[in-house]
Design a protein around this ligand. Sequence first.
Ligand SMILES: [Zn+2]
Length: 300
Amino acid sequence: MGALPSPKLLAALLLAACVGLSSEDGDLWSYEGDGPEHWSGKCKDGKHQSPIDLGSGGTVESNFESLSFINYNNIYNGNITNNGHTIQLQVTDISHNIMLTGGGLNRVYSLAQIHFHWKSEHTINGKRYPLEVHFVHFEKRFKKVEDAVKVKGGIAVIGVMFEDKDSRNEIQVLDQVKDLRHDMKKNIKFSPASLLPHDTSKFYRYYGSLTTPGCDESVVWTVLSNSLPLSNKQISLFQKVTDSKGKFLLSNFRPLQKQNDRIVYFQSSPPHQVPYHSSALSLKNSLSIMSSLLIVLKLK
Ligand SMILES: [Zn+2]
């Protein structure tokens, strides 16, 4: 009668962890039929679950340093898959070193994968967006995601909203969503930064969970306040994604969960903004060059 769980239970727990994050996870859960209201375990009785509405339950102003997206700007070899629950992007360059830190995270995280929800899982002051991307990171001291998922703050997810405001903006990698049938995998080259807005200084922060079974409460969430414009044409590509039964996966967002006793922080103006996009710097430089030219012209 030991207190330690049996190897069989450990194997089951490990499998449950993989189900939430793996791309080859079979069809043990779904968004319709036996949908989110039937998910069990932490999904059913957890008190710190995700997603939530950001803003309506009140926010606390935060004063963290800027988020640092390390090596996000490079172009990597990777793949894009349809696992029946989402479209997932993965970098396959072995020593890619794409990391996230700063922004009050106090730890360094490695990028594991990127995936999409349509419509958005989080809402901001009650507003639901047509698409939300999740950048899933795990704390660097762990060897793999499955170890980090059992520790509070072991997983750090960045959420970004997409918005169709008569936008013509198209993101090259998203063209690959077209005709991506279940279990299909395509090799691609992409830059994670292409899925981030230029201004990442404003964000919501709270502790929550994975939004898929087993809903482990290990996630430190950062949802950016600035959305990314995206053409209606690319947003609608997600409506054509099919699940493992060949049916259209018309939506794949978990319903909103209760905030309960949690604090949601809102970072609206960081004290030391370090733009990671060189374009932000060069714009500033160009503006100062232009104003110097204007002064010269005026003097003439
Ligand atoms: Zn997600």
